[in-house]
Write a protein that binds this ligand. Structure first.
Ligand SMILES: [Zn+2]
Length: 302
């Protein structure tokens, strides 16, 4: 190939003969330049990118560190609240157990030190926090069981108290024969008196000593007109020698509700109420029950 260069200064044309090898060299130089610059560029951009990524990674790491740290702090705070709750449950259970008259077993504790004082959020690791939470969860379970037992005891007590025949069955009465061995007023022989007698005028109202269901309301040769009330849990009461019966078997009666009136029916020497309390059919001293009520202390004694 021939290239003719025309120069004004030279005022002559110069002819340069370009051989194929010249072209090849030029091509190589050009290629080398292109490849070199692109490599440099890509390296530069790579370097810049790496710097960016490293920065990203660093900031992400810091953020997650902050997140974990915040979470740990939150967990520690919650743990503190939980510990306070366990302490509260603990003292509540203790007071209730005292009220219910239940002896409380000291719960087994791995860490007695964790039981007192305010929680200081020390820098605990996640593992330590988890262990502490597990321990507290177990304690809460134990407390819950204990409180459930106490609750049932209280319910039992409440039901029993509600059912106990403690209301005086007849007001305006004088205390007659007590419960126990006595000489029978009719046969004159020693006999067991299975109730207590209240002397009152015929027609004086007789009321239920506690809530219950009327079992019988019928005449018997010995007890005359007698009402028997079932208070549940094996407890029954009997009201004998009545002049009048105002309730029928199956009727629900409330404590203090009228059942009938004092009389002298059956084996009786005069108007009085014969009152019995039986536990599973066995006669109990009614005074022991009535004494738990407020009225018995004021019963007139002759
Ligand atoms: Zn009697």
């Amino acid at each position: 190939m021939q290239i003719i260069l025309v120069s004004r200064h030279l005022k002559a044309a110069r002819t340069i003969t370009i051989m194929p090898r010249h072209l090849m060299i030029a091509g190589f130089v050009f290629l080398a330049l292109v490849v070199g610059s692109s490599a440099t560029l890509s390296w530069l951009s790579g370097q810049l990118g790496a710097f960016g990524k490293r920065d990203d990674a660093l900031s992400q790491h810091a953020a997650s560190q902050q997140y974990v740290s915040n979470n740990l702090q939150l967990m520690a705070t919650r743990l503190g609240a939980l510990q306070a709750q366990v302490l509260h449950l603990d003292s509540l259970g203790e007071r209730l157990a005292g009220l219910a008259g239940v002896k409380r077993e000291a719960p087994a504790r791995d860490k007695p030190a964790g039981q007192g004082g305010a929680f200081v959020p020390a820098p605990l690791t996640a593992g330590e926090l988890q262990r502490e939470i597990d321990r507290l969860a177990l304690e809460v379970d134990v407390r819950t069981d204990e409180l459930a037992v106490l609750e049932s005891r209280f319910l039992e007590q409440r039901v029993k108290e509600r059912l106990l025949p403690t209301t005086l069955p007849v007001k305006e009465a004088f205390l007659g024969s007590p419960f126990g061995q006595r000489s029978d007023p009719i046969a004159g022989l020693r006999a067991m008196h299975e109730g207590i007698d209240f002397n009152a005028e015929t027609g004086t109202p007789v009321v239920a000593a506690s809530d219950g269901v009327v079992l019988t309301a019928a005449y018997r040769s010995d007890f005359g007109n007698m009402i028997e009330v079932d208070h549940g849990a094996g407890l029954t009461t009997r009201y004998a020698h009545l002049s009048r019966m105002d309730v029928k078997p199956g009727a629900l009666v409330k404590r203090g509700e009228a059942l009938g009136a004092v009389g002298s029916t059956g084996r009786s020497t005069g108007p009085h109420l014969h009152f019995e309390v039986r536990m599973l059919g066995v006669a109990q001293n009614p005074a022991q029950f009535l004494k738990q009520g407020e009225e018995y202390a004021f019963v007139k004694r002759r």
